[in-house]
Structure formats: structure tokens, C-alpha cells
Design a protein around this ligand. Structure first.
Ligand SMILES: [Zn+2]
Length: 458
């Protein structure tokens, strides 16, 4: 039999373990997994000798800025960058314009993806419309919902009103009726505002340097998260604990999981904190992020929580801004976050070799757990006959250093990790049978990416 694509000689991830297998793909699906002694003929053949063939990585948290904020990024450039990292599907977060609060606005974002994405996607809806809007967005296929606790408008505008308990609870009840999850960026806006007032009272300018250390303490984020877990419990809604990287927050979700109250947890969404040197936080003009200097993530604790299953998924929090949107002298109007996607997958692979997590665990937190949580398994997150032929091909032996000369596909053309020593790389990305990246070169076709719905997400 002649296949459309054959991936041969690789060590393939299966639910039973890693096995050397040849994979035959027909159209968009895996058609056969064969003993390597069985030669398979293919119109296109990838020799994965010495490499691992993993189910495609899925990024549960990124910001692609499309529609409406495409000076920062768009579905084409953002998904090209993702493909460079071995990512086969992305979940763009809802701080776009218009915010996907209604079915019409949600569809506008889906259409932007259908026009420009080179890999699969599922935009995350925002539950701040009416209960009817929330129901319609869920029925359309949004994997879950997200809001930001800080403010009532999203994309956030620090001068807008606070989302109070009543409004969050109302949104949670609407999401509960759909059976979907809702994630919330935990935050206590009171202390955010109070810090600004205090600096003003001292007669100082509201620069990042002046206020940053007063925002985002562990207790503030963890306390907000505990409240959210209570609102969710009371509303009968499944809470998706997002941004679980502060030490207290990790203790909290561990406790809630032990009580049987917790659902799913994701972390990182802050890879910079895991990989960048401290100087990155201090570089203005394009490379800083919001982070309280006095409350840095405890890297060892995060890795331990990933290894023991408290953290279910890892997201990139790719959050680029145009260079002129970084204003370190105006902390209330600056962009926060930076471009992560080009090297995210490579960094994760390097962490396997650095002993932070096993290859099997990497597959779970980047693919399997996501697909299971959001009703896409085994179509996604699985290497079995009949599932989508999404592969992330990994070379654990490649030693290299990220350099200025390396490829960058993100619109801002920035690499936060120049100089980072790498122990392993993603060498291939296959999306539904099509080779989208090979050896660092992305061959993306705008519009190839499909809107993958969360049919059975419960
Ligand atoms: Zn984010």
C-alpha cells in the first residue's frame, strides 16, 4: 500500500509506551503503525532515525492578537512561529478586538483563523456577554472560557471598572450551564490600584520600576485563586486553574485536587521566568514582562508539580506587542508579555534532557491531558490508527545555542532567549498529514489550519 506520508524508523509515543514503529498516513489520519521490519511506501517519507515521534504539541495559552490587534501578531505569523516549535494546535486567548463575548464576535475570530492559520486552532471565548451568548459560543465549539479578574474590559484597560464578585459569579453560572470549564487570570485589583495611588502620593511617576514590585505577590494571586475556586464550586462550574506558578498557588491547587474539588491546572504561561536570565525583566524597549521582583516563581516547585501531576498542562503565554507599545515609563499603558512561540517547544524538549521532566510527561502536559480535558481525545493527543496525523518530531541529541541568526516567524521578530544553551530540538511538525516544519524551515499555508471544536468537552 502506498501512503501519502510515511514517518519511518522513529521511536513513537503510544499509550503503552515508546516503540520503534513506522507510521503510515493516509490523507489527514494515521492509517497504520507498523513494525519497523515492515517497509512502508509513501509519496513523502520522513526518516526519523534516532528521533522521537510525539503526538502534536498543543499550546493551551497564547495571544495571537487577531482580529483587531494585528500590529502585534496575527494568525499567520503566530501559527508559523508555533509550527517552528512543533506545535500543531493553539488556543488563542480572548483579548482581541472585538472580544469574543457574542457568537458573532466569536465567529469573527474563527474566520480570521480559517483565513490565516497554518496549524489547527480553537479560540477561547469570553463569558462576559449574556448567558445566551455563553451558551451559543459553547455550542459553536469553544474549548473553554476565560476572563481576567483585574478589570471589566478585556483587552484590559487599567482605567476601566473592576469585575466584582457578582459579575464573575454570574459569568460562572452561565458557563456552568454549558458544562464547560472557565479559567480566570487571578488578580486583586484593589492592590493594583492602591500601589498606583501610593506612588502618586509620594510624588513619583508611575513607571514600571516604581510600581512593579508592589504588584502580584504570591498571597495576592493565591488568595484570588482560592476565591475563584469557591465561586466555581458554588456555581457548579468546572474551574480551570490558570497561571499556577506562584508557590502558594501550587500548594492551593494541590490541596484542592486532594480534596477532589479540582479539575485541571495549567502553568508556565510564563516560560520567561523558567528560562530567561534576570536581566530580561529589566530590559525596556521590547523585552520585559510584568513580574513582581519579590515574588519570583519557584522553578523547582513548578517542575515537581508537573512531575507529580498537580499541573496538567503547560502553556506558552506567547504575548507579543509592537515595539512602540512597550512603555516602561508608563506602567498603566504598557504592553506586558513577549513573543514566546518560536522557541517554546524547543525549550521544553531541552528541559527533558536537563532532568526536569520525562519525555512521557512532556507528551502528557503538551498534548494528551489537553485533548482529554477538552473532548478532543483521541482525535488529538494520541498516536493511534484513525487519529489526526499530528506529529512533533524531536531530536534529543542536538546540542545548540539559540542565536540572533536563528529563524523567527513571530511578527515582532524578537527572540527572548539568545544565548540559551539547548540540549535537544524539535526537527519536524506534521499537522493532519502535512509537513508544516522540517529542520527549522516552516512551510505554512495560510488557511490550512482548521477550527477544531470541543465536541465532547465536559
Ligand atoms: Zn496570557
Amino acid at each position: 500500500m502506498n501512503f501519502d506520508l510515511v514517518v519511518k524508523n522513529g521511536v513513537v509515543y503510544t499509550e503503552q509506551g515508546f516503540y520503534k514503529l513506522n507510521v503510515g498516513v493516509q490523507g489527514e489520519k494515521i492509517a497504520v503503525l507498523a513494525d519497523p521490519a515492515v517497509p512502508l511506501e509513501g509519496a513523502r517519507v520522513i526518516d526519523a532515525q534516532g528521533k522521537y515521534v510525539l503526538p502534536g504539541f498543543i499550546d493551551c495559552h497564547c495571544h495571537l492578537r487577531d482580529p483587531g490587534l494585528t500590529q502585534k501578531e496575527d494568525f499567520y505569523t503566530g501559527t508559523m512561529a508555533a509550527a517552528h516549535s512543533g506545535i500543531t494546535m493553539v488556543c488563542p486567548q480572548p483579548n482581541v478586538k472585538p472580544v469574543p463575548n457574542t457568537l458573532a464576535d466569536y465567529r469573527e475570530e474563527v474566520q480570521a483563523g480559517q483565513a490565516r492559520a497554518v496549524i489547527d486552532f480553537n479560540p477561547i471565548g469570553c463569558p462576559l456577554g449574556t448567558a445566551q451568548d455563553v451558551t451559543e459560543i459553547a455550542q459553536e465549539g469553544s474549548a473553554w472560557f476565560k476572563l481576567f479578574e483585574k478589570v471589566a474590559t478585556y483587552p484590559y484597560n487599567t482605567t476601566a471598572g473592576t469585575l466584582d464578585t457578582h459579575r464573575i459569579y454570574e459569568a460562572f453560572r452561565a458557563v456552568a450551564a454549558t458544562g464547560r470549564y472557565c479559567s480566570v487570570h487571578p488578580f486583586d485589583k484593589y492592590f493594583f490600584d492602591a500601589a498606583v495611588e501610593q506612588i502618586k502620593a509620594e510624588g513619583k511617576p508611575i513607571t514600571l520600576e516604581n510600581v512593579r514590585h508592589m504588584w502580584y505577590s504570591d498571597e495576592e494571586m493565591t488568595g484570588a485563586a482560592y476565591q475563584l475556586s469557591y465561586y466555581a464550586k458554588k456555581a457548579g462550574m468546572k474551574w480551570y486553574a490558570m497561571h499556577a506558578w506562584m508557590p502558594g498557588y501550587i500548594d492551593l491547587v494541590r490541596m484542592l485536587k486532594e480534596r477532589g474539588e479540582m479539575t485541571i491546572v495549567s502553568s508556565f504561561e510564563y516560560m520567561p521566568a523558567m528560562d530567561a536570565s534576570d536581566e530580561i525583566y529589566d530590559i525596556a524597549g521590547g523585552k520585559y514582562i510584568y513580574l513582581n521582583h519579590d515574588a519570583k516563581p519557584d522553578k523547582a516547585k513548578i517542575w515537581a508539580a508537573i512531575r507529580d501531576g498537580v499541573i496538567d498542562m503547560i502553556g506558552s503565554d506567547h504575548a507579543p506587542h509592537a515595539p512602540n507599545e512597550y512603555k516602561s515609563d508608563d506602567a498603566l499603558h504598557t504592553g506586558a508579555g513577549f513573543a514566546m512561540l518560536d522557541y517554546f517547544g524547543h525549550l521544553l524538549v531541552s528541559h527533558v534532557n536537563e532532568g526536569d521532566l520525562s519525555l512521557e510527561k512532556l507528551v502528557e502536559v503538551t498534548s494528551v491531558n489537553f485533548a482529554k480535558a477538552f473532548g478532543m481525545y483521541p482525535r488529538k493527543g494520541s498516536n493511534v490508527v484513525g487519529s489526526d496525523a499530528d506529529f512533533t518530531i524531536v531530536d534529543l541529541n542536538r546540542e545548540w545555542v539559540i542565536s540572533e541568526q536563528d529563524k523567527v516567524y513571530t511578527k515582532t521578530q524578537t527572540i527572548p532567549y539568545v544565548g540559551r544553551k539547548m540540549h535537544g530540538a524539535v526537527t519536524g511538525t506534521v499537522v493532519r498529514g502535512r509537513v508544516v516544519m522540517e529542520n527549522g524551515e516552516v512551510f505554512g499555508e495560510p488557511g490550512y489550519g482548521k477550527f477544531v471544536t470541543a465536541e465532547n468537552s465536559k
